[in-house]
Design a binder for this molecule. Structure first.
Ligand code: BES
Ligand code: MN
Ligand code: ZN
Length: 516
């Protein structure tokens, strides 16, 4: 689907016009009186439609329609009609205008897209009635993001692919043409972010026999080669041995494939000594069987998504490069599967981490922290101003926060606050949880410096984070995002597929990189 911009609000030849409609409480004499008196009025307040952006043609057709008498413009309430020209129109209810947010617009864009995409070849979206006050460009970006996210389908393995009718969507506005550049840029940004989310979802959805570590690294390399100002380095088994990444290697021990550590560096064109440097680290477990601590069948299903952390940080990195953000970014994608063969790591094994700490592996299913520990430590070498890792680390985060909220842990409240602010800016759910000394103590072992699971399973997500913190070098600001709950199956969000990679938190990371 192409998204074009037009300053000609009247689009002749379009099959479908999309408008918005608000409602407000009718201010009758009685309600005004009721407002003054303290007595509560028992009658429900009457709502009237508010639609300052409707053209004459729409108003006439709407008033002509008998059914319009019952239309209240409530949030999500759609009304279809035929204009005198013969073109179709739908009105998308957005409820109370004073409460309009970008997220409401995103969600309603998703609903509208689903309603029209198989009925019309082209459509005009009259954007003026959708723009959040004072946030025109941001809303336009949000609309494009939502449309791109909603139109996503993972159909590469299907013999018969569902065809979508909708080819062109025109964003039409009555604004002054002087806004053209800003609006075009806002659309381009939405397209870029939407496209990067697609890249991440494609990686997450691909099967583990196809996207194993070696193939995944190749795919990322192929894609990253198209990016400007980006350097690529890929470490294999021999290099990881040289780096003494004993924990990472222990997870890969039972695999038919070599591990890969993809190390990407983006240096902005106008970098100076003041340019901030952010390191992103992603868990890239192309499949997690649990290893010798084998997962039961039902829990193992869908563990192809255990590389969502790496797909998430790669997508954010990719978007930052394409948007030419003035921040240096080092991105580390740690790829392997967690499989079982005669060489697989046995529980009770003791390995030595890159930073020299010894670790007793009591449960081979707590593998993400082993891989991340070594790679986070490696990332510290570049002395970033902030280091953020993203990982589908614990099932416990679903118990703590549900499958709608990203868990955040950090050793630096300033960094945590920035991430929470970015999540808020782009309407993604993120909640901070603590790492207390007791959590850290519970990760200490009797026969080694550390063990990879806690003595009790309570607070499992915090203990996973506490373990990783052991490998963060002193003085480095670090944040850990546990995305096990939100990495896939976000069907409660209308712009996400019910099953499969979500791309959630990519927008938060891009916002963070924009504002760092
Ligand atoms: N990849 C899983 C985490 C996970 C579990 C993600 C369920 C999504 C849904 C991780 O490697 C894992 O297995 N974690 C264990 C840790 C435990 C052994 C301490 C878990 O959560 O059970
Ligand atoms: Mn596991
Ligand atoms: Zn895992």
């Amino acid at each position: 689907m192409k998204i074009n911009l037009s300053f000609e609000a009247k689009q002749s030849g379009t099959e479908l016009h999309i408008y918005s409609c608000f409602n407000k409480i009718k201010e009758s004499k009685e309600t005004k009186a009721a407002k003054k008196s303290t007595a509560k009025s028992s009658t429900k307040p009457e709502k009237v439609l508010a639609h300052s952006h409707w053209p004459e043609e729409l108003l006439e057709a709407f008033e002509h329609s008998v059914a319009s008498k019952h239309y209240k413009g409530e949030m999500g309430e759609m009304f279809s009609l035929t204009l005198v020209s013969g073109a179709s129109a739908i009105i998308v209810g957005l409820g109370d205008k004073t409460k309009l947010t970008k997220e409401i617009v995103r969600r309603q864009m998703a609903h509208a897209y689903k309603a029209i995409s198989n009925k019309f070849v082209d459509a005009t979206l009259h954007i003026d009635g959708f723009l959040v006050k004072g946030l025109a460009e941001e809303t336009i970006t949000a609309m494009v993001e939502a449309l791109r996210m909603t139109s996503y389908a993972f159909d590469r393995h299907l013999a018969v692919k569902k065809k979508v009718k909708l080819e062109t969507l025109v964003f039409a506005t009555n604004e002054k043409k002087t806004s053209a550049k800003k609006f075009e840029a806002a659309i381009a940004e939405g397209n870029t972010i939407g496209d990067c989310i697609k890249v991440a979802r494609d990686f997450v959805n691909e099967a583990p026999n196809i996207l194993h570590s070696e193939a995944y690294a190749k795919e990322v390399e192929k894609d990253a080669k198209t990016l400007k100002n980006v350097k690529i380095k890929i470490l294999g088994k021999a290099e990881l041995k040289k780096e003494k990444m004993g924990m990472f290697l222990s997870v890969n021990a039972g695999s038919a494939y070599e591990p890969r550590l993809v190390h990407l560096t983006y240096t902005p064109a106008k970098a100076t000594s003041k340019t901030k440097h952010v390191a992103l680290v992603g868990k890239g477990l192309t499949f997690d069987t649990g290893g010798y601590s084998l997962k039961p069948g039902a829990s193992m299903m869908n563990m192809k998504f255990d590389m969502a952390g790496s797909a998430t940080v790669y997508a954010a990195f990719r978007a930052a490069v394409l948007l030419q953000l003035p921040v240096k970014i080092s991105c580390y994608l740690a790829m392997t599967d967690n499989a079982v063969n005669e060489l697989a790591t046995m529980p009770d094994s003791i390995v030595t981490a890159r930073n020299g700490k010894t670790v007793e592996i009591l449960n081979t299913d707590a593998e993400g922290r082993l891989v991340l520990g070594d790679v986070v430590n490696y990332a510290c070498d570049s002395k970033p101003d902030a280091l953020i890792d993203a990982a589908t680390l614990t099932g416990a985060i679903l118990v703590a926060l549900g499958n709608e909220v990203c868990g955040l842990f950090s050793n630096d409240q300033k960094l945590a606050d920035s991430l929470l602010k970015s999540a808020k800016n782009v309407d993604e759910y993120m909640w901070q949880l603590p790492i207390i000394d007791e959590h850290k103590n519970d990760m200490k072992a009797l026969v080694a410096d550390l063990k990879n699971i806690g003595g009790s399973s309570f607070g499992g997500s915090a203990k996973g984070a506490a373990f990783i913190e052991n490998f963060v070098e002193a003085g480095i600001s670090w944040a850990h995002l546990d995305i096990a709950g939100i990495g896939d199956s976000q069907g409660h969000l209308p712009y996400c597929p019910a099953k499969g990679g979500s791309g959630i938190v990519i927008r938060t990371l891009v916002d963070y990189l924009k504002n760092v």
